[in-house]
Every structure is written in C-alpha cells, then in structure tokens.
Ligand binder design. Structure first.
Ligand SMILES: *Cc1c(COP(=O)(O)O)cnc(C)c1O
Length: 360
C-alpha cells in the first residue's frame, strides 16, 4: 500500500487515523455484527452515532442552543435553492459575488425573488475580496449571502461583511472547521462536507431556530423545508448514514487534535510554508491579493501553460496528486485542508524548488 499526498479540492484527503478506524469497524461495528453501511437508520447503534456526531460538532464550534444542526443531502448546490425557499419572506436578498459558487447561488436565488448583487470581484477574475464595510444593503433584504472561502479562486473573507443588522448566510464548504468561528454572527452556516470534513454526499446546515418555520415559499417541497429535517432530527427520511458516521469520526479526531484553535494554528503554519515559497520563487506565483489569501486553497501559476502542465504531470509521478487548477482558471491549485499533514506541504514545496531549478 502506498498513500499519496492528495491536494484535491474535493472530495479530498481524510485523516489516515479515521480511515483506519473505519477499516477496523467495517465488518462488525461495536459488536453489532454488521457494518454501519448495513444498519437501519432507526437502530439504537445509529441513533448513538448521529447524536454523538451532532454533540461533538456543537462542542467543536461552540454552537449556541438556539441553533439547529441539520445533516442534509443534495450537496451544497441544493442549498442554493433551499436558502431562498426557506428564508425569502420578502422575496428580496443581497448577494456578494466572490467566485463561481457564490455566482451560482446568486443565479439560483433569482428564481425566487429580487436578488441584488451588492458587491463583486468578477472584474479581476475573483482574485480579491471586495470591501464590504459599507455596502448598499437593501432595506427589505431577507438576508445577505456570502461564500466565505472561495474554493476555486483561493480567497477568503478575513472579516465578515457589515450587513447592517440583516441576517448573514454563509457557504463555508471549503473552510468548515478550519478555524474557530462565532456562530452567533450568522443566521445560517452551511457547507458540503466533502471538502474539509468527510466523504461526499452530505451538507451540514447550522440554522438559527427562528428561521425554521412553516412560512416558506409556496410550492416548497417537503424535503426542502428546514423544518421537516429539524423536527425529525435529520431522520425524516434515510440520511446518508455512512457519511454521518465518518464525519462523526472526523469530529472526534479534531477534538483529539486540540479543537479548532489548534487547527487554525496548524493551518496557518502549513499555508505559510507554501505562500512564503510562492513569494520568493522566480518561477511560481500566487494568483490572489495577499490580504485575501485562503488557508485552504492555494492557486498558483508559472505564467506558462506548458510549464504548468509539465509541473502537474511530474508532481503526480512524485506522489503529489490533484494539483491541476480548476478548469475555469487553469494553472495549479493545492488544497491543504485540515487532514493534509505539514509533511505534505513541505514535500510539495521541496518538489517545486527542485522543479524550478531544473526548468529555469
Ligand atoms: C464544492 C463547493 C460547492 C458545491 O458543492 P456540491 O456539494 O458539489 O454541490 C459549493 N460551494 C463551495 C464553496 C464549494 O467549494
């Protein structure tokens, strides 16, 4: 067996310890004589799994009691519709467009009401976060929407926008659990777990409970109402049981590692190794404004498409895989999520140095 350093943006690297635990429990989960994959979602064993997973997430993020934690399917992309369907009471919302995912959410919301693009960084291919300290917030907006970490472009909001009292909704798919957050500053936080938490197939939504009502847009399907899932403890229908189990293991791993404060320290340390090299390199450079750099997704280029392709190919042969940039931006992107060890980033930088010496 040989494991590579996997820099994929998602589905992405998982902690090896967690994979080994799942392997050990594959055929017989805690004396049940079956795998979690084969287990009823109404069983006692699974009930313990889902309740512990929620509690561990609450502990890690210090989620206040007036927020509900929902384990949902349909990916982050389904939330692009669920959010307006559940929250657009006035049928007005303000969106800050800082990348492809925010843009998709903005476009989807237009099906349901008047949607204002109150800020954007599309003029410079989403390479920065616009100043959001004094935006033209709509007086009747139901919420202000952001994508907090832009997976494709590698930018991150370092300060949250001033929403002037309006509810803030954030897609945190690619920065979920990467650092401590103050949940009370948001009305709704959500993210697909396949980036920084677990396997693909689930979204976690953390929703302030006053927003969970029957007062949704007409025609909203039962499965797309937050209330349906909140009332049923995420067991209205069969959830993604195995994914909940794996995420629960990752939450326990994060607790063992020292929690989100320690993850932030580690993530800053890892990102610095790569960004410092990009800043001094004669061949490679980062593509985003320095103040807005993400700790999780690091895009970079050589400025020469052929050299980029050569780099990606040779890196792969050296066990550093999935470094090709998103198809819409080209170049390279290293996603260095919680589960990427520091050694992986050091190996990448060592390889980049060698490549630079050999190709300048
Ligand atoms: C990957 C990603 C999505 C889309 O996730 P799906 O689960 O594939 O729908 C949405 N937002 C962000 C920020 C992402 O990184």
């Amino acid at each position: 067996m040989s494991r590579v350093y996997n820099f994929s943006a998602g589905p992405a690297v998982l902690p090896e310890e967690v994979l080994r635990e799942a392997q050990a429990e594959m055929l017989d989960y805690k004396g049940t004589g079956m795998s979690v994959m084969e287990m009823s979602h109404r069983s006692k064993a699974f009930d313990d799994i889902i309740r512990e997973a929620e509690q561990d997430l609450r502990d890690l993020m210090h989620i206040p009691d007036n927020y509900r934690v929902l384990f949902l399917q349909g990916g982050a992309s389904l939330q692009f519709a669920m959010i307006p369907m559940n929250l657009m009471k006035n049928r007005v919302a303000d969106y800050i467009v800082t990348g492809q995912w925010a843009k998709k959410a903005y476009q989807e919301a237009q099906k349901y009401g008047k949607v204002n693009k109150i800020a954007s960084s599309e003029d410079e291919t989403f390479s920065y976060i616009p100043d959001c300290s004094d935006l033209n917030i709509s007086p009747d907006a139901d919420y202000v929407y952001i994508c907090e970490n832009n997976t494709i472009y590698g930018t991150k909001f370092k300060t949250l926008p001033n929403t002037k009292g309006k509810d803030l909704v954030a897609d945190v798919s690619s920065c979920f659990l990467s650092e401590p957050v103050d949940v009370s500053r948001y009305a709704l936080i959500y993210g697909g777990v396949q980036k920084n938490i677990g396997p693909a197939g689930m979204v976690i939504a953390i929703v302030r409970d006053d927003l969970i009502t029957e007062d949704v847009l007409p025609g909203t399907p039962t499965m797309m109402k937050y209330k349906t899932h909140a009332d049923a403890g995420s067991l209205y229908n069969t959830p993604n049981c195995y994914c909940i189990y794996m995420c629960g293991k990752v939450f326990k791993w994060l607790k063992r590692m020292g929690g989100l404060g320690e993850m932030k320290r580690r993530n800053e340390e890892k990102a610095k190794i790569l960004y410092d090299f990009l800043d001094e390199s004669k061949m490679f450079r980062g593509t985003v404004r320095k103040e807005d750099r993400s700790l999780m997704n690091v895009p970079f280029v050589t400025g020469d498409k052929e050299l980029d392709a050569k780099f990606v190919k040779e890196a792969e042969a050296a066990g550093l895989v999935n470094l090709k940039g998103h198809r819409t931006v080209g170049g390279m992107r290293a996603s260095i999520y919680n589960a990427m060890p520091k050694e992986g980033v050091e190996a990448l930088v060592a390889f980049m140095k060698k490549f630079e010496e050999g190709n300048l």
